[in-house]
Design a protein around this ligand. Structure first.
Ligand code: HEC
Ligand code: HEC
Length: 454
């Protein structure tokens, strides 16, 4: 793998030299880096394969008699596979596999078994279109892991944390905590984990296109957004310090790719006079935290304390001082250490907010209307069965949802229960952010009309 990356980088920089042989401007350089990053991210695997190649076709036997034949109906099989595990068709060449899985690049350069990549969580779709960088709000990582292992006659080793209790959330933070606890400060492997005391909840996945504006990243805003090393934590299960160092330039290009991303435009009609009225309300009530939009956009990058924001505190409080100290003592925290003091949530830019429901860091609120009127937020609701526009709510902006009272037969009920989002679970609370409550109903709907334009 190392060789193919180096080759690609070499080709990339030779091309870069050819393109920028004139007086080169910083912007061109940045665009070239972003393009190298795009290629590096979408065409290369950075993790060892997790499953055998043939497991993809074998796992359908666990779904019951209705599964399409993978040999005779590969497209129908792919669609069924994606629906079952909450994955989305790849908008780049990927051997017929969805975003997030790839035929892992083997050390000899050949392609073989199935490996995972960033897009398993960071590849989403809406209205039948896939986007690299849209958070995956459908993923059932627990079900995917369990069934792929079962199809290979293996069992998933017991996990010390819940990966996801509901579809579309994922406990990415705990993967990092567990993996980093098995490393010494010099990143050599440990046999016994360090007691780091961190306990993080499952989360919604943030859109990558927001990084162009952010000075700090992650929901708690404690990490400098210039850190490329922090994005390499997912390789902590297998890579050595020298592997990490060799891959850092590639991950810097990937960072440039994130910064170059733009949010997709709202695809339906917008009532402009109402959106204009909504903009005035936004300026009065929201700009101080979320910034302004359009040509002279300004983003304040505020981290709001827990008392003011009032949303579920588990994510902000779950990072322990011992974890931060350990992270900062390693190569990961050497250039951009994690802030030791801050506790709160970053008010995110709202670009493309129409496409990123459900809302808040834990995905606990299905629509903008419910976000802006806290008394209407459902305490238990079903996530949509897909991200097709049939499930999209243009009026309330976000996902249509059902609440209690599912009358379906028990077999489908078990499957459907994976879509249930229960805000009484730890970390999944839907309180706080009550800044829309004081507005009248017509004001809220004008404001929502404006939010569609961002
Ligand atoms: C298991 C799911 C998962 C995988 C795999 C994953 N991420 Fe993430 N990613 C998340 C979640 C969830 C967050 C939010 C974490 C938080 O703030 O606590 C996140 C946050 C981020 C952010 C910060 C975004 C922001 O605006 O704050 C970046 C950048 C990022 N991931 C890059 C990557 C890259 C690059 C990879 C692959 C090497 C990757 N992620 C793999 C789930 C995942
Ligand atoms: C005091 C600062 C503050 C004000 C005022 C404020 N917000 Fe927020 N907003 C935040 C923070 C912080 C978050 C993230 C909270 C979390 O995820 O737990 C957030 C989250 C959001 C989200 C969800 C983002 C996502 O990707 O899930 C939307 C939408 C939003 N705010 C819209 C508004 C609107 C509209 C207004 C004006 C009525 C407003 N906010 C006023 C701080 C603020």
């Amino acid at each position: 793998m190392g060789r193919s990356i180096h080759l690609r980088l070499l080709v990339g920089s030779v091309l870069g030299l050819m393109i920028s042989s004139g007086p080169s401007r910083g912007e061109d350089k940045e665009a070239e880096a972003a393009e190298r990053g795009r290629i590096a991210l979408t065409s290369t695997g950075y993790l060892k394969p997790a499953w055998k190649a043939e497991t993809y076709a074998k796992v359908g036997r666990l779904w019951g008699s209705t599964s399409p034949d993978p040999a005779r109906e590969p497209e129908a099989y792919a669609a069924a596979f994606n629906r079952r595990y909450g994955l989305h068709a790849a908008p780049y060449p990927n051997d017929g596999l969805p975003m997030g899985l790839r035929k892992g690049n083997l050390p000899d350069g050949s392609k073989g078994d199935l490996a995972m990549d960033c897009m398993i969580c960071h590849g989403g779709s809406i209205g039948g279109r896939s986007y690299v960088g849209l958070g995956n709000t459908q993923l059932d990582m627990t079900l995917l892991f369990n069934e792929m292992m079962k199809a290979e006659g293996r069992r998933l080793p017991p996990s010390t944390f819940v990966i996801n209790s509901s579809r579309g959330t994922v406990n990415a933070g705990m993967f990092s905590v567990v993996l980093l606890s098995l490393r010494n400060p010099d990143l050599t492997f440990r046999t016994f984990p360090l007691p780091l005391g961190a306990s993080l909840p499952e989360l919604d996945v943030p859109a990558w296109w927001l990084l162009g504006k952010k000075a700090t990243m992650y929901y708690d805003g404690r990490t400098d957004a210039r850190s490329a090393r922090t994005n390499m934590q997912f390789m902590l299960g297998e890579k050595t310090l020298s592997d990490f160092k060799a891959l850092e330039p590639t991950f810097r290009d990937i960072q440039s790719y994130f910064k170059s991303m733009k949010a997709p435009k709202y695809p339906f009609a917008i009532d402009q006079p109402r959106a204009d009225r909504g903009k005035a309300l936004f300026v009065k009530n929201c700009v101080k935290c979320h910034g302004t939009y359009g040509p002279d956009a300004e983003y304040p990058n505020l981290i709001v304390d827990l008392k003011t924001i009032g949303t579920d505190p588990a994510r902000a409080l779950g990072i322990s001082p011992r974890f931060v100290a350990h992270y900062n003592s390693t190569w990961f925290g050497e250039d951009y250490p994690v802030d030791e003091e801050m506790t709160g949530y970053q008010a995110p830019p709202l670009d493309g907010i129409w496409a990123t429901a459900p809302y808040l860091h834990n995905g606990s609120v299905p629509t903008l209307a419910a976000l802006l009127n806290s008394s209407t937020r459902p305490s238990r609701f079903y996530r949509p069965p897909s991200t097709d526009f049939a499930n999209y709510d243009e009026l309330n902006v976000g996902w249509k949802f059902e609440t209690e009272g599912d009358e379906s037969p028990s077999s489908t009920r078990a499957e459907k229960s994976r879509f249930l989002y229960d805000t009484s679970r730890s970390g999944l609370g839907n309180g706080g952010h009550i800044f829309g409550d004081r507005l009248s109903e017509p004001e809220r709907s004008d404001l929502i009309e404006y939010l569609k334009t961002l």
